[in-house]
Write a protein that binds this ligand. Structure first.
Ligand code: 13P
Ligand code: SF4
Length: 331
């Protein structure tokens, strides 16, 4: 019995167990610990509302990487997924980088294993490699440029037209970029399950109910969604579009966490999440990985300074090159 208790305690200390702890005011404690430890809390727009609310900075993938690179805080707590925290660690290796749940991965990053991608790259020796930031450090180390959905077109346009390119891991974003840039990039066959979950059939029904709504979509969505979208952009692009648009009603095809900021920015506008194929309680598409971060895990992670992200120094040395190229081109 004692051994089981000890084992549980040790797992809890490492932040791996989510045992109920009654009487703790998580928001108050998180704020206190952040101050005591000089920690910065970075959160992506797909995080739960409560985490976005207490974060020091909320942004899209590019803005979060830029913030992680320049912060003077002693510690970075990343309320996002693994590849985001890993990128922060690569950019700012002397800081402790914490991720509330180490299992917060990404289906898109998982769709591109390093050994298979390395073989693919070897089959196309004349191509240079542009990868979406949603990939592992190993894939970044095999890349010439990293990009996000906010700067992908700019980065691809900076490469001479005659240079053949492999784009990985997102085939939907890659296909969209091929159309936008007039290129024929070779696409890796990866995708994000959250952005492939939208139902065209249900979307048509929703349109019948709201014929005055404007569809806006993240470029990780499938081609048939993008074809009918009035605006396509990254999470920050979508937020800016709604803020600056004269329209009053929007159907938003991306992860539903974005609605928190969008509704706060536009209390006078009607914002509807695009429906998912599967029937679920939110009638929207949510990223199970992003939603692994809870207030409790955030509190435990700050308290115990675990789990922390470590990246092998040799790997980081290779992976930082394409990330820095991206940051340089995004100034
Ligand atoms: P952006 O915030 O850069 O648009 O990325 C969306 C996403 O899927 C993050 O995982
Ligand atoms: Fe990955 Fe898609 Fe989740 Fe973003 S929304 S973290 S791309 S699975």
């Amino acid at each position: 019995m004692k051994t089981l208790e000890n084992a549980k305690k040790s797992l809890e200390t490492k932040g791996y167990l989510d045992i109920e702890t009654p009487g703790i005011e998580y928001i108050k404690e998180i704020k206190k610990l952040k101050k005591e430890k000089n920690a910065i809390l970075l959160a992506h727009y797909y995080q739960i509302d409560e985490i976005q609310e207490i974060a020091d900075f909320v942004g899209d993938s590019l803005a979060l990487a830029q913030e992680a690179a320049k912060t003077n805080a002693a510690m970075i707590v990343f309320a996002g997924v693994h590849f985001m925290a890993e990128t922060a660690k690569i950019l700012n290796p002397t800081k402790k980088v914490l991720l509330p749940d180490l299992l917060a991965g990404c289906s898109l990053a998982d769709s591109c294993p390093a050994d298979k991608f390395s073989d693919f790259k070897k089959q196309h020796p004349n191509h240079i490699v542009v990868t979406y930031i949603n990939c592992s450090a190993e894939i970044k180390a095999l890349s010439d440029y990293v990009c996000t959905s906010s700067n992908a077109k700019k980065i691809i346009d900076s490469i001479p037209k005659e240079q053949p390119i492999i784009f990985a891991p997102d085939k939907n974003l890659g296909d969209y970029l091929n159309k936008e840039t007039g290129r024929e990039m070779l696409l890796w066959d990866g995708a994000c399950m959250v952005h492939e979950a939208f139902s065209m059939e249900k979307l048509i029904d929703l349109y019948k109910e709201h014929p005055d709504a404007v569809l806006i979509a993240h470029p990780e969505s499938e081609a048939h969604m993008l074809k009918v979208a009035k605006y396509i952009g990254s999470t920050s692009g979508l937020l800016n579009y709604v803020k600056n648009s004269e329209h009053k009603k929007f159907i938003v095809a991306t992860e539903a966490g974005i609605l928190f900021q969008m509704m706060q920015d536009n209390p006078d506008k009607h914002i509807i999440p695009a429906p998912a194929k599967e029937d679920n309680t939110c009638a929207c598409s949510e990223c199970a990985y992003m939603k692994m971060n809870t207030l409790k895990k955030l509190y435990l992670c700050l308290k115990h300074e675990l789990p922390s992200i470590e990246v092998d120094a040799e790997l980081a040395k290779k992976a930082i090159v394409p990330i820095e190229r991206m940051l340089e081109l995004s100034k």
